[in-house]
Design a protein around this ligand. Structure first.
Ligand code: SAH
Length: 213
């Protein structure tokens, strides 16, 4: 695991391009500038790590596009110490971004291979997430309530179980739609347990599938 000057330079360029695409949150941009994305990529794609694209990882899944990671992170309005539940650990990259911003992260992945790989890598990088192999539809009731929940797979709906595991005033960020396209959605839990809904444009994620593998 080497982070060369060239990697750092390419990363800086990527972050500049995200700023040009409208990501203004400096804390989000700083986190993306800090975390070496190439550590999270399959060896055959490492040289493309700093292009703004999604790439295949193990178990037929993808590491999200940096713009998408930045966009979801911005919508979460992460504060240091926030307790965040991530659904879909995947490569562990988004998890690292949240940890870098000082969040306490609980992340669930349905594919055992990804759960193991992400854990090994994040520990090597000296991060300390709480990772689980399981079904994100169930959330993590034993660790609830959370300040925030981030779904990083395309959902057809936001499960009630997850809505129950968020604090009043907390937010859920999730791409909601069909198999092909989803609308980035932010739900804010109000004092009366209802949710305010905001929508932020179209994205395309791998599907949020019930059950663990
Ligand atoms: N956050 C990841 C994105 C991975 S893609 C990253 O930064 O790399 C979405 C991930 O969600 C995939 O790894 C997929 O296996 C996982 N996923 C889909 N349905 C799930 C479920 N029910 N529970 C947990 N993880 C799920």
């Amino acid at each position: 695991m080497v982070d060369t000057l060239r990697d750092k330079g390419l990363r800086k360029k990527l972050v500049d391009s995200l700023r040009n695409k409208g990501i203004e949150d400096v804390r989000v941009l700083n986190a993306l500038n800090k975390v070496p994305r190439h550590f999270f990529m399959d060896s055959s794609f490492k040289s493309f790590a700093y292009s703004d694209k999604a790439f295949p990882i193990a178990s037929g899944q993808t590491i999200s596009q940096p713009y998408t990671v930045a966009f979801q992170t911005k919508l979460l309005e992460v504060k240091s110490g926030d307790k965040i539940l991530e659904i879909g650990t995947g490569s562990g990259y988004q998890c690292a971004i949240l940890l870098e911003m000082g969040a306490r992260v609980y992340s669930i992945e349905r594919h055992r291979e990804l759960f193991i790989n992400a854990g090994e890598l994040l520990r090597k990088m000296k991060y300390n997430p709480h990772l689980f192999w399981g079904d994100g539809y169930l959330g993590k009731p034993s660790y609830a309530p959370f300040d925030k929940i981030l779904i990083t797979a395309g959902a057809t709906f936001v499960p009630e179980t997850l809505k129950e595991q968020i604090k009043a005033g907390g937010v859920i960020v999730a791409p909601v739609g069909n198999e092909k396209t989803q609308v980035m959605t932010r739900l804010t839990k109000l004092e009366d347990e209802n949710f305010k809904t905001e929508e932020f444009g179209y994205f395309s994620f791998v599907p949020f599938i019930k059950g663990q593998q």
